[in-house]
Design a binder for this molecule. Structure first.
Ligand code: AMP
Length: 361
């Protein structure tokens, strides 16, 4: 089976690594000449709206999926005329715009921070008066890894904040005094069968995911599954969906969804019976889903900017290296390590070892 993937970054690369043993071949559309997934499939080097490249993809693949949510709506509409595209276009439309996303949570009765649509500085002033400070101003689209957002702590932070984010449509969110951040990765097949991975505890540094630890019997697992199921059913979703939550007051508040495989699910490559990547491919291809059960105690640490020397990473017991083959650049996600251990105490010790290695630079 030939799979077209919109985007050729590390998520596409890991999809191909999971799909190759299933006799799947990959075609990546990515305008970057150094797209790191290109090592594992055919690379259509063109813009996401390039009609010629889209035609070539539509002619040569059995289905199309994507590895990031900012795919132009026209691209999905064009490809959908010729081949199945999963997940459904509606999930992209919603996930790439924080206003649509938060509005969907509200419609589905999923708790989320208070929010308001901001089209001008006057809107922002009015919303701050209603929601109060602290609050977070975020661009509605194209924000990721803490980019396109600003925390407003005091009145002086408010004036000029709309211009600082580029005078583009934004939302203002109430600041959530969370005790932790968790994410749920779920997979839904073409027939509606749904499976859930254990919740991941996530730690961010400067808005970027740093560490994910797979939980065991998390008390909020069932609640998170209920919330994500509402979204999956409403969208008639096919594939992997990730849902990020804040833990607050013993419950959950929805932050955002990602209609794709997710960084907080990378531990599943070694830490689950069937990884999020393989399960995404199984789902979109209409194949039976794999088990989402955890194997041992597992965690993932991102390598940002550079990857430590391979031998140093592999010298750490229970540690697996994923090098994305990307050029090193400050702050860029260029690899990760997965740890899979017998017990939670060993896992904590190994996490400290990887962190010490990262700190050595
Ligand atoms: P996001 O891009 O929306 O996932 O935000 C990146 C990170 O900023 C989150 O993982 C949180 O650590 C923090 N953050 C985002 N929104 C809020 C909020 N409303 N209240 C408190 N922290 C937030």
């Amino acid at each position: 089976m030939k799979i077209g993937v919109i985007g050729g970054g590390q998520l596409g690369r890991m999809l191909a690594l999971a799909g190759t043993p299933l006799d799947m071949n990959f075609v990546f559309l990515d305008p970057a000449p150094d797209a790191c997934a290109a090592a594992l499939g055919e690379h259509l080097l063109a813009g996401y709206d390039d009609p010629e490249a889209l035609r070539r993809m539509a002619e040569s693949v059995d289905l199309v999926t994507f590895e990031f949510e900012n795919v132009p709506a026209e691209t999905v509409a064009f490809l959908s005329q010729y081949v199945p595209v999963y997940p459904v276009a509606e999930s992209l439309r919603i996930a790439r715009d924080r206003w649509f996303e938060k509005s969907l949570f509200k419609e589905l009765g999923i708790p989320t921070p208070e929010f308001a649509d901001i089209q001008s500085q006057a809107d922002l002033d009015a919303a701050v008066a209603a929601i109060g400070l602290p609050a977070v101003l975020k661009t509605r689209t194209l924000g990721y890894d803490g980019k396109g957002q600003k925390v407003l702590r005091q009145p002086a932070d408010v004036s000029g904040a709309f211009a600082e984010l580029g005078s583009v449509p934004c939302i203002l969110e109430g600041f959530v005094p969370f005790t932790g951040e968790v994410s749920l990765v779920a997979v839904r097949g073409r027939d509606g069968e749904t499976r859930f991975y254990p919740l991941s505890h996530n730690t961010h540094v400067g808005g970027v995911l740093n560490l994910s630890i797979a939980s065991t019997d998390h008390p909020l697992q069932a609640l998170a599954e209920d919330y994500i199921s509402r979204v999956l059913t409403r969208l008639d979703y096919v594939g992997v969906l990730a849902f990020e939550f804040f833990e607050v007051d013993g419950g959950l508040k929805a932050n955002e969804i990602a209609p794709r495989v997710h960084n907080s699910g990378h531990w599943t490559i070694e830490g689950a019976e069937c990884s999020q990547f393989e399960n995404h491919l199984r789902a979109v291809a209409g194949l039976p889903l794999g088990s989402t059960a955890k194997v041992g105690e597992s965690a993932m640490l991102n390598f940002l900017g550079s990857v430590p020397p391979t031998d140093a990473v592999l010298r750490i017991a229970d540690c697996h290296l994923h090098h994305y083959g990307k050029a090193f650049k400050a702050g860029r996600k260029v690899g990760h390590a997965t740890l899979r251990c017998q017990d939670a105490a060993t896992l904590q010790a190994r996490i400290a070892e990887v962190q010490a290695l990262i700190a050595r630079g």
